[in-house]
Design a protein around this ligand. Structure first.
Ligand code: CS2
Ligand code: MG
Length: 402
């Protein structure tokens, strides 16, 4: 079997997506998600100018060798742009293999360890009351795990809160907008949000929260400890993860479970976090973390240290990634939970998907490979529109993490 061609499809049904399509001489093609929110064209350029020419003529069945060709063979390694390209290639090759062997992806990586995939959704509001009201609506829809993000008194706009009741899409058209942040107000407010949520919903609903990289280790340690009475499923990205040893301080002060790494792109971002058991969940998704091939290795390493997966699943990761993640989550033993922000309806016009949500879980059918297809004609109806994630400054104007 030989790779004969590959193309990069960029479209924007409600938001930008990048999809790699690899063709073979046996008429089978594979899809990989190559979307990197706010940096899409950088991945397109790397794929089109460097990766696709090198793919032509390779045997798509040799997934492990091709992965290392694009990892070890790239002198300038790692980083979100190059690893998103590697991830897309890897996803597409696994898709081809499943189609060639006429079996769904989960069968290629160990078969079913469970019937359905526990997911968590987002509930957000301008204040605690509205956030809890939205969470109640999600519970009525069948969700058993909910991430709460709320407006903070005294901060004009807070991460994770939709504007004007529109679906939450963090990247906005054009150049980056500036948001302002006040950690003190945030730290003083969040425990009260979860106290109210537990009073409203009781103990059985899983509650999660995303700090989105915005505390110092000691601030995160305070927050994690103050949230202990509300036993969160996890506290996400409590600090910026570049300094892995920064998580030691949080761990030494609190039993609140920690999830980190949606912005990571290889196992090397996790080595201290895993081997010192500083975290409880791996957030790094297939689309940014090296695809199925690399995440199988990361998940295996994590399993030795009692760490589970909890993949990123925002709407800026395409349905191709979501379907591949469901297959992956179906098969591995140390699956924890999957983030599931349903895409806007318009996305389903372009991507034909094979999974469904029911009573808090996602289920996937036995379509061979990943099981998602893209309608290129429909995709062409929605051309790319440059969009940027916000930047974030402290209230005194100091540049900070968004
Ligand atoms: C968030 C994301 O879902 C999450 O946990 O961190 O919404 C993140 O802000 C976006 O994926 C950025 O594009
Ligand atoms: Mg997050």
């Amino acid at each position: 079997m030989k790779i004969t061609d590959a193309k990069v499809i960029v479209c924007s049904p409600g938001r930008n997506f990048v999809t790699l399509k690899i063709f073979t001489d046996e008429g089978i093609y594979g899809l990989g998600d190559a979307t990197l929110n706010g940096m899409e064209k950088a991945v397109v350029s790397y794929l089109e100018n460097y990766c696709v020419p090198a793919l032509i003529g390779k045997d798509p069945r040799n997934i492990e060798d091709i992965w290392h060709f694009f990892y070890k063979g790239a002198y300038w390694k790692r980083g979100s742009v190059t690893m998103t390209a590697v991830s897309a290639i890897d996803m597409a090759l696994w898709d081809i293999k499943g189609k060639a062997l006429n079996t769904p992806l989960y069968n290629l990586i160990g078969g079913k360890s469970r019937n359905g995939i526990l997911v968590y959704c987002h509930a957000n509001g301008r204040d605690a009351e509205e956030t809890i009201e939205k969470a109640g609506q999600k519970i009525e829809q069948g969700f058993r795990a909910i991430r709460l993000q709320s407006g903070i008194p005294g901060i004009e706009h807070t991460y994770g809160v939709s504007k004007d009741n529109k679906p939450y899409e963090p990247a906005e058209k054009g150049l980056a907008q500036t948001e302002y942040w006040d950690t003190a107000r945030y730290l003083n407010f969040i425990p009260s949000l979860f106290k109210k949520a537990r009073a409203e919903f009781g103990d059985d609903i899983h509650l999660l929260h995303d700090v989105h990289h915005r505390c110092t280790p000691v601030e995160a340690a305070r927050l994690a400890r103050e949230l202990e009475p509300y036993h969160l499923f996890w506290l996400e990205d409590p600090v910026s993860g570049e300094l892995q040893e920064g998580l030691r301080l949080i761990r030494s002060h609190s039993t609140t479970p920690i999830a980190i790494g949606e912005v990571f792109n290889s196992v090397y971002d996790y080595t201290t976090l895993i081997t010192e058991q500083l975290i409880d969940y791996i957030r790094m998704p297939l689309v940014h973390g090296g695809g199925i091939t690399h995440l199988l290795k990361v998940a295996s390493m994590a399993s030795v240290y009692h760490i589970q997966t909890g993949f990123h699943g925002a709407t800026d990761l395409s349905p191709v990634n979501m379907a591949a993640a469901i297959h992956f989550n179906m098969a591995i033993n140390n699956f924890g939970i999957q983030e599931y922000m349903p895409h806007q309806e318009i996305v389903n016009e372009v991507f034909k998907t094979n999974f469904n949500f029911d009573k808090g879980f996602l289920f996937i059918d036995d379509t061979p490979g990943i099981g998602v297809d893209i309608d290129e004609k429909k995709a062409a109806k929605y051309p790319y529109q440059m969009a940027s994630l916000p930047v974030n400054r402290k209230s005194d104007g100091t540049m900070f993490y968004w």
